[in-house]
Design a protein around this ligand. Structure first.
Ligand SMILES: Cc1cc2nc3c(=O)[nH]c(=O)nc-3n(C[C@H](O)[C@H](O)[C@H](O)COP(=O)(O)OP(=O)(O)OC[C@H]3O[C@@H](n4cnc5c(N)ncnc54)[C@H](O)[C@@H]3O)c2cc1C
Length: 446
């Protein structure tokens, strides 16, 4: 296999599969992968040739971006090739005056954000590992982030893409046009497909003029219920928040030491809302957040360090006991407080420490079970608690994934969420585009 693939990409770009860096990921599932070899094509044409060879020889393909995923999607299962997109780094076209850019799948999220910023523009999706995650991975997971509350998730910014589908054909769908309703919405179908329908090789993205500077407001509440009520007050006050993030009581105990200005006594819940539309809107936001707060909301004067602190939350919580099993359920906003409280209850029932933080405005929780990775009983408890969390999300009318996708982590749950004809429609699409089930098998639909 390696010799055949080397004829396409060159000897230097076919590596043995034992290279752990290409079989793992940021998750709990990182040590579960194995693969025969890693292939690193340099162009969309080479990707097509690799896929053609794999498809002709019944070899499975696991597409891989930056490996920052949190659902085990890039963790290969058993055999085949890990197909890394990291060498597809060209900016194919950038037209700042028309607010659009076409980049190859291996360009980092941070590069897209920086190119936009340097030209007075803005690419709003802001998943939390921008220096490592690749834009192809962002589109394949339909990634979110704090500012998706105001601006929408990655898919809302994709106007077209190029992908290789079975048995090795390059397709281009959508493009620089801002509107295109001609066909079935294949761009959206590929977006969030987690490598199970094809390999994305480049994407056309929409940009907008730069937003104003970040003007955050922070407010503490006694509990999740009063915090959730404040979110509703913010929403009814008008379209002024660019992001609304929360930390629950246990997360505050773990990470609150790093919060600028400290955490007031009696605080059991923190909301941080961002405003990027000027001081008048920030004042309105502050007023709305005051409802039910235990102290006057504050306006931190160093937004950059505040957001850095917020971005590091996952690592800080993971280091409490050694690791964590963290999920990304999302629920309707009127069930948010209940979901936060029940996350802690589920932890108690399974004798495992639980907490949550996340994108409150989107009803998106990073419900987390903390554990020592060497404690097998704790691992089993965390997995059981994770299952109960999925069931709760469905019961509350929400979803098992608001951000990270299904991957391996939530195997089996998609069918429980959708069931019946909707599940069968999913399977029919997979069968039509990947009849041999060689595209990232064992993920999303299993
Ligand atoms: C510190 C940290 C913070 C994070 N914060 C957020 C957050 O706020 N919001 C959020 O949504 N996520 C977040 N994530 C998760 C992760 O960064 C995103 O899911 C990201 O979009 C994954 O991109 P990647 O390039 O690393 O993809 P990978 O992890 O390599 O792959 C993810 C999935 O996409 C598939 N894939 C990758 N590239 C392609 C391609 N070109 N074509 C087809 N399939 C492909 C893979 O097979 C896999 O199924 C965070 C992760 C970390 C480590």
């Amino acid at each position: 296999m390696q010799q055949e693939l080397a004829k396409i990409v060159g000897d230097a770009y076919v590596r043995p599969g034992s290279q752990f860096v290409y079989s793992g990921e940021e998750t709990f599932f990182a040590d579960r992968g194995s693969v025969e070899c890693v292939v690193q094509p340099a162009s969309a044409d080479e990707v097509a040739e690799v896929v053609f060879w794999c498809y002709s020889n019944d070899v499975t393909i696991t597409p891989r971006g930056g490996g920052t995923g949190w659902a085990g999607g890039a963790v290969p299962q058993g055999a085949g090739v890990a197909l890394s997109l990291e060498r597809l780094t060209a900016v194919r076209s950038f037209d700042p005056l028309r607010w659009r850019i076409e980049v190859e799948a291996g360009v980092t999220t941070a590069t897209v954000q920086r190119l936009a910023r340097e030209n007075g523009l803005y690419f709003p999706p802001d998943p939390g590992a921008p220096e490592e995650s690749l834009i192809g991975g962002n589109v394949a997971t339909n990634a979110g982030g704090p500012h998706c509350f105001k601006y929408g998730v990655t898919g809302d910014w994709v106007t077209g893409l190029e992908a290789v589908i079975a048995p090795g054909e390059l397709i281009r769908i959508g493009g620089p046009t801002r509107k295109d309703v001609a066909g079935y919405d294949l761009v959206s179908l590929m977006t969030g497909s987690e490598g199970t329908l094809g390999v994305i090789t480049s994407v056309w993205l929409r940009l907008i003029p730069a937003a104003g500077p970040s003007l955050p407001v922070a407010a503490f509440y006694r509990d999740a219920a009063s915090g959730a009520a404040a979110i509703e007050a913010v929403m009814s006050a008008g379209p002024i928040a660019a992001a609304i993030e929360y930390l629950d009581e246990r997360t505050l105990q773990i990470a609150g030491g790093g919060f600028p200005g400290g955490v007031p006594a009696g605080a059991g819940f923190l909301l941080i809302a961002d405003c990027d539309s000027g001081e008048a809107d920030r004042a309105a936001l502050r007023e709305a957040l005051a409802e039910g707060a235990i102290a006057e909301p504050t306006a931190p004067d160093d937004p950059e360090s505040l957001w850095r602190w917020r971005d590091g939350m996952g690592l800080v919580v993971a280091s409490e006991l050694g690791t964590k099993l963290s999920d990304d359920i999302a629920v309707p906003l009127d069930r948010l407080a209940e979901a936060i409280e029940r996350t802690v209850e589920i932890g108690k029932q399974h004798s495992i420490e639980a907490c949550s933080w996340g994108h409150a405005g989107d009803g998106n929780l990073h419900s987390t079970f903390m554990l020592d990775p060497n404690d097998e009983l704790a691992v089993r408890r965390a997995v059981a608690a994770g299952d109960e969390l999925m069931a709760m999300a469905i019961e509350l009318g929400g979803t098992i994934s608001g951000e990270h996708g299904i991957g391996l982590a939530k195997n089996g749950w998609l069918h429980k969420q959708w069931g019946g004809p909707a599940s069968r429609a999913h399977e029919a699409i997979k069968q039509a585009l990947d009849p041999k089930n060689l595209m990232n098998p064992g993920k999303k639909l299993t």
